[in-house]
Design a protein around this ligand. Sequence first.
Ligand code: GLA
Length: 402
Amino acid sequence: MRKHFAWMMMLAAAAALHAQKFGGLALTPPMGWNSWNHFGCNVNEDLIRETAGVMVASGMKDAGYRYVVIDDCWHGERDSLGFIHPDPDRFPSGMKALADYIHSLGLKFGIYSDAGWRTCGGRPGGRGYEYQDALTYAEWGVDYLKYDWCNTEDLNPKGAYMTMRDALYAAGRPVVFSLCEWGNSDPWLWARDVGHLWRTTGDIGVIFDGEEGHGIWTSWGVLQILDMREGIRIYAGPDHWNDPDMMEVGNGMTVEEDRAHFSLWCMQAAPLMAGNDIRTMSNTTRDILTNREVIAVDQDSMGIQGFRYLRDGSLDVWAKPLQEGCLALCFLNRAVTPREVHFAWEEHAIRDDFVHVQYVFNQQAYRVRDLWAGRDLGTTVRPFAAVIPPHGVRMMRLTPIQ
Ligand code: GLA
């Protein structure tokens, strides 16, 4: 008996020593789709199956999208032994069957829960059931878990998220762990070894510039989210990303705004989770979400989050160092009127002290490619001149000329 106990203690100690997140699952920012932004609580298995099918048929899978994530409100109740079950009316075939279908398409399956006793939508939360839920998720075939922060009372965020991280690890199935505590307790300072991505702000809305109050919480516009957390880029990198929230592309902003939103998320090396109804999206929306040259900026293997190089009234210039000495640049017109740009490269030197690279245009010339137009613009020897439409962008990749 004592020998048995000693063994158990040793095993427990070893498990504690090795408690960690599953490494290497998100070496570039995760890409996928999440139900919340468009569908809210209105989720069911037909929607998820159809969406997975369209993710393949639309070319999104080929462009890199992988995770099909059901956000809040899939839950039914816990049974007498504490096991969670999906809502039997909305998911009558069960989660395992749904996961199997998604896997059969070469995609991955994601789900949502909450560190508190109830989710934000009032469904059963994970608190006190972490290891049990992790086992259930492993059995279902879950590959991605978004873990929210409603109804957590006095819980300590780092501790609570570590508990779920350890539970997932103990269950043995590799799961991307997405922390969603809205940046309240500066997760970029402590979550690197806890999860693969962490929300940096409150919820996004279908708003380019502005905010919308909902009583105790506010949804934010693209520009507000962009401006809210300057300075935290140094905490992001391969396998640990700042998450400015899922996208609203295709949910009602103008085409220019959608393009700007998508570009800015890519400049920030943000996770790219589409949040629209991809079953009914227009070709324009599809073309935005699947622009490979723009996505390549987001997915660059160096994993460097971009920064604002310049702010000149309504004009922002964002820069993101890329592999092989390349640089992505994004000219953003924040105003509701067109904005003229005249950018004489040779007057500029863009330095990134975080990764110690510099782009000194009077010493080194670059080829300039316009990523939305899909064409070469020439080189940095000639100034860049353009009129950028309201809430629009010009995004380019610069490649050094040998
Ligand atoms: C929070 C999250 C959202 C979404 C909802 C679901 O508000 O920030 O992204 O998951 O909960 O209720």
